[in-house]
Design a protein around this ligand. Structure first.
Ligand code: LLP
Length: 463
């Protein structure tokens, strides 16, 4: 993740500290389309716009901090994934990245399926009319109540994560007189090149059943004997924010090997494999993500080749991108409150949000970009750290970035690529009010998740 520690070119201090930053960008006013949502640009005044609406007017109407989500971009990304994978594969949007009823409706309209991982996500999906058969239900410790609701609703698949759950789901399905379609989640033993907390295919972690030691084969054996279950395939998710396809290649190969073993032992060819999500996006201009069509081509070639080698019919493939669909489509808009230059170090820019609306920097050391968006500036770049208003020195939104040195209280700055895992992981730390999500499209903006109010907080506090 680290970048070269060295700045060249104009700067605000004589000595610049070590840090994760590269040279200041040549044009601080440029909004790199790699990291900004598709319809973001600057108008003739120099104000950034999304869907044709200026961020100054948006801040006026909806307040700050707020997430602005480019609906046009979201829908275009859904279509790109659906088209890339075609009719012989299924794309499940991973709702954990960000879910709301508007999102569910867009997914439904654009032909995507939905992966949920809690009763709350399941209710959101069903309440917005996602057909149950297009829902996959995940989780390493689904409660009996959650399982019952999912089976009753008729979800398309439940992804089984442990030996106990195999029995639990079978029992519940049988008691409801149903046969539930299931997949078994396996851990394939791949080290994904990503942060430890978001890598999930190595064996020493809580998800899935290991291929190693024949455990996954044993899980298949048990699932095949239970009347309440219809085993439709094997699932593997290797981690998140991954750029290198090599991990998926190993994962697909090992999953296909298991399919071959199952065929040899039981005479059954499981019809589906799910390779999970985890495809990386650009948080800064230095990240180079793959396009959906490249990913689809790579995955289908690997699976087809491995199946041919094993003499298996090619199974139906599914994938579960969350971040790669919603991540790039939103930015967080903040208003600058204070600007505090620390001589020889950097300038601390405090905004009206922080770790309560973006915990990823503190939790994963994630890197983000940031730009002044309420105007352009020709001032020199200043090495900055964007921090929030919480009582914690780790309350950092953007660790190292260059902003113009005439930045002042009242300016609007925005952090791009915050569509995934920011609102969904937001908290009320220090009784912060979680920001709204505002969808913008073709000159119209509407709130899809409203801002929390102090009444919301007090309503939960029953005294
Ligand atoms: N499928 C399964 C089974 C998953 O566990 C996940 C993510 C996904 C799909 C979607 O992964 P994506 O395409 O969004 O990377 N909070 C962390 C990410 C945790 C991801 C957990 N599972 C972050 O902010 O980076």
């Amino acid at each position: 993740m680290s970048r070269s520690a060295h700045p060249a070119g104009p700067r605000h201090a004589d000595v610049l500290p070590e840090g994760h930053y590269s040279a200041p960008p040549t044009d601080l006013n440029a909004l790199d389309p790699k990291v900004w949502a598709r319809t973001v640009r600057r108008d003739e005044r120099g104000v950034a716009t999304v869907g044709g609406l200026g961020v100054d007017a948006l801040a006026e109407e909806f307040g700050t901090p707020a997430y602005f989500l480019d609906e046009t971009d979201f829908r275009a990304r859904c279509r790109a994934w659906a088209e890339a994978f075609g009719k012989d594969a299924d794309v499940f949007y991973a709702g954990k990245a960000f879910l709301s009823r508007a999102i569910v409706r867009w997914l439904k309209e654009e032909g995507l399926n939905l992966d949920v991982c809690s009763g709350g996500e399941l209710s959101t999906a069903l309440s917005a009319g996602m057909p149950a058969e297009r829902i996959a239900f995940h989780g390493n410790n689904k409660s009996e109540d959650e399982i019952r609701r999912a089976v009753e609703a008729g979800v398309g698949r439940i992804v089984l994560d442990s030996f106990q759950e195999i029995v639990r789901v079978a029992h519940i399905a049988q008691s409801l007189g149903k046969r539930q379609r299931v997949q078994i989640r396996v851990t394939v033993g791949v080290e994904a090149h990503t942060h430890e907390f978001i890598a999930t295919a190595h064996e020493d972690q809580k998800f899935g059943i290991a291929l190693a030691g024949g455990q996954a084969a044993e899980a298949v054996r048990r699932a095949l004997t239970l009347d309440g279950l219809e085993l439709i395939g094997i699932h593997s998710h290797i981690g998140s924010q991954i750029f290198d396809m090599a991990g998926f290649e190993v994962s697909a190969r090992r999953v296909v090997q298991l399919l071959a073993e199952v065929r040899d032992e039981h005479g059954v060819e499981l019809p589906e494999i799910d390779l999970g999500g985890g495809l990386g996006i650009a948080y800064t201009s230095e990240d180079d993500p793959r396009e959906p069509h490249e990913i689809a081509k790579a995955l289908s070639e690997i699976v087809t080749r491995e199946c041919e080698a094993a003499g298996l019919r090619t199974p139906r493939i599914s994938v579960e991108p969350g971040r790669a669909i919603v991540g790039p489509t939103a930015f967080t808009l903040y208003r600058v409150g204070t600007v505090k230059p620390l001589e020889g170090l950097r300038t601390y820019v405090s905004v009206d949000g922080g770790m309560s609306d973006n915990i990823r920097t503190a939790l994963y050391d994630a890197e983000y970009s940031v730009s002044l968006v309420s105007r352009t500036s020709e001032a020199e770049p200043m090495l900055s750290r964007v921090v929030g208003k919480h009582c914690e020195s780790g309350d950092i939104v953007v660790r190292d970035a260059f902003l113009p040195s005439d930045l002042a209280p009242g300016d609007l700055i925005a952090v791009p690529a915050t569509g995934a895992y920011c609102r969904s992981m937001a908290s009320n730390y220090n009784h912060a009010l979680r920001p709204p999500v505002v969808a913008v499209s073709d000159g119209e903006a509407r709130v899809i998740v409203r801002r929390e109010t102090e009444e919301d907080l007090l309503r939960l506090d029953v005294g």
